[in-house]
Design a protein around this ligand. Structure first.
Ligand code: TRP
Ligand code: ZN
Length: 466
C-alpha cells in the first residue's frame, strides 16, 4: 500500500520533470525520483543511448508491416532483470505511437520525451527481480538521418519493403530497446508481411512460414546474445538460396530480384569465407551464416548478426570478408562503449587484408606499406583510432589505421604469436564484451613483450607513428 502511494507521488512529479531524467542535474525545487533507472547506459559519448538499471535477456518482437502505407504495428515483449530497485525505467524508442504498456501483466503508465520512453510500473521492481514488459505500438518508422557522418540508418522504407540496418543506435526506430551494445540479448521475431514478400531477420527460421488472408508470417530466432544494432527485419521481394558452407554451417543468402545475378556468388563466397575465418579466428560463433543484397542504394554494408546486408551493390569478396569477420569481431565479441570501435572495424579491415593475402593477391604487408606511405599531413594520422569520436565515429582511421595497428602488432610479435593470440582473443571472449585494455593485456601476456608504446603510437596519438 505504502509503495503504491509513493508511485502516485512519483507520477505527478514525472509529469513536469524531464522524462527519463535528463543528464542535467535535477533542479533543487523538484524532489529527486527515487529508484529511477538512468536514461542512458553510461556511454559518455552517447549519454542517452541505452538505459540504466536493468539488463535485457530477451526481446520477443511481433511485427507487422504494410509497405503500401509504410505502416508498422508491433508488440514487443522485453524480458529483463533489474540491477537496482526500479520505480521507473526507460527504453529507447524513436517516433511511433505507444498504445499500451504492461509490466508483469499489470498496466503501467508511460511518458515519451525525445527518444526516451519512460515506464512507471504499477508496483516498483525489486533489485535483482526478473520482469517482463509488453509494449504495443504502431506508426510509420523513420530512419535516423545523421548530418555528421553516420548517414541514414535504422528502419529505411524501400520500394518493396524495408532495409533495416541500425548501427549505431537505430534499433529504436522500429522497436523499444535498450539500444546500446553494452546490453546484448536473445531475440525472437514474428513478422507478418503481404503475401509474396519475404521478411528476413537474424538467426534461423524457428518454424516454416505460414500464409493466410493474403499475409505471410515469418518466425526467426537468434538464440545467441545480440547487440540491438545488429537486429534486422529487412523485407521485400527476395530470391533465397539455402544450403550449407563446405564445412557444414547452415548458409542462407537472399537477393532482391534486381540483384539476382549477385546471388550465386554471394552464396558461394559467404560459405567459403565463413569457413576460412573459422580456421583463423576459431569456431563460427553462431548457428548459421548468410547475407542479403537489397536494392536500397545505401552503397554500404552492415554486419547484421548471421546475415550481413549489402545495400544496392553486388558485393565482392573483400566486403564479404569484412562483414563476416565482424561475426567474430563486433557481434560475438562486443564493445561496451563506441569509443572502442576499432576493435570491430580495425579487425574487420585487417581481415580484408588477410583475405587478400590468403587469395594470393596483395599481402597484408603490401597493403600496410601503401597506407604507411601516406604523407604526414593525411587526416588519418590526426585521428587516433583508439578513441572513436561520437561526431565522427566511422572515420576512415578507425578502419584503416585500426587495421594497421594489428599489422604493426603482427610484425612486432611474429606471425606465430599473432595468429595464436587473435584466435585466443576471439575464442575466450566468445559472446562477451571486450575492451581495448583487455586486448592490449592479452597481447602483452602472450608475446611476453611490453607493447604500451606500440599501441599508444598506433591507437592514441594524433600523428603518424614513427
Ligand atoms: N559497420 C559497417 C561496416 O563497416 C558500417 C556502418 C556503420 C553501417 N553504420 C552503418 C552500415 C549503418 C549500415 C548502416 O561494415
Ligand atoms: Zn565494418
Amino acid at each position: 500500500m505504502r509503495s503504491l502511494a509513493v508511485v502516485t507521488v512519483l507520477l505527478s512529479a514525472l509529469a513536469c520533470s524531464p522524462s527519463g531524467g535528463s543528464a542535467a542535474p535535477t533542479p533543487a525545487a523538484r524532489p529527486p525520483v527515487q529508484d529511477a533507472g538512468a536514461p542512458g547506459i553510461g556511454d559518455r559519448d552517447f549519454p542517452l543511448d541505452g538505459n540504466g538499471g536493468y539488463d535485457v535477456a530477451h526481446y520477443g518482437l511481433k511485427l507487422g508491416y504494410d509497405p503500401g502505407r509504410r505502416f508498422l504495428t508491433g508488440t514487443a515483449t522485453v524480458q529483463a532483470s533489474a540491477k537496482q530497485a526500479l520505480s521507473r525505467f526507460n527504453l529507447d524508442l524513436a517516433g511511433l505511437t505507444v498504445d499500451q504498456v504492461s509490466v508483469d501483466g499489470a498496466k503501467a503508465t508511460f511518458d515519451r520525451k525525445g527518444d526516451e520512453l519512460t515506464i512507471v510500473p504499477a508496483a516498483p521492481i525489486a533489485d535483482g527481480a526478473r520482469f517482463t514488459t509488453v509494449i504495443t505500438y504502431s506508426g510509420r518508422p523513420q530512419p535516423v538521418k545523421d548530418s555528421s557522418n553516420l548517414g541514414t540508418y535504422g528502419f529505411i522504407p524501400t520500394q518493396d519493403g524495408a532495409f533495416v540496418t541500425c548501427e549505431p543506435n537505430g534499433a529504436k526506430t522500429w522497436f523499444p530497446a535498450n539500444d546500446h551494445p553494452a546490453d546484448k540479448a536473445r531475440f525472437d521475431f514474428e513478422i507478418t508481411v503481404p503475401k509474396g514478400l519475404v521478411a528476413l531477420a537474424n538467426g534461423e527460421m524457428s518454424r516454416p512460414a505460414t500464409t493466410s488472408g493474403g499475409k505471410t508470417t515469418y518466425h526467426w530466432r537468434e538464440r545467441h546474445p545480440m547487440a540491438t544494432y545488429l537486429a534486422t527485419m529487412t523485407l521485400g521481394k527476395f530470391e533465397l538460396r539455402q544450403g550449407r558452407t563446405p564445412s557444414g554451417i547452415p548458409n542462407l543468402t537472399a537477393a532482391d530480384p534486381r540483384f539476382r545475378s549477385a546471388l550465386d556468388r554471394l552464396h558461394t563466397n559467404t560459405g567459403k569465407i565463413t569457413d576460412y575465418w573459422a580456421t583463423v579466428f576459431g569456431p563460427y560463433p553462431f548457428s548459421s551464416t548468410g547475407g542479403v543484397v537489397d536494392d536500397f542504394p545505401a552503397g554500404y554494408a552492415l554486419e547484421n548478426q548471421t546475415k550481413p546486408m549489402y545495400g544496392g551493390f553486388d558485393p565482392d569478396e573483400s566486403i564479404v570478408a569484412h562483414e563476416l569477420a565482424h561475426q567474430w569481431f563486433g557481434n560475438s565479441l562486443t564493445i561496451k562503449r563506441w569509443r572502442d570501435l576499432w576493435l570491430n572495424e580495425g579487425f574487420a579491415t585487417y581481415a580484408e587484408w588477410l583475405w587478400s593475402e590468403h587469395s594470393g593477391r596483395s599481402t597484408a604487408e603490401t597493403i600496410f606499406a601503401g597506407f604507411r606511405a601516406r604523407p604526414a599531413s593525411d587526416p588519418m594520422w590526426a585521428y587516433p583510432p583508439g578513441k572513436a569520436r561520437p561526431g565522427d565515429l566511422f572515420n576512415e582511421s578507425v578502419y584503416t589505421r585500426g587495421g594497421m595497428t594489428l599489422h604493426a602488432l603482427r610484425k612486432a610479435v611474429g606471425d606465430q604469436v599473432f595468429f595464436k593470440l587473435v584466435k585466443e582473443w576471439a575464442t575466450t571472449n566468445r559472446h562477451r564484451h571486450v575492451s581495448t585494455e583487455q586486448f592490449v593485456a592479452l597481447a602483452e601476456k602472450r608475446s611476453g613483450k611490453q607493447l604500451d608504446s606500440l599501441f599508444d603510437a598506433w591507437l592514441f596519438q594524433p600523428r603518424r607513428p614513427a
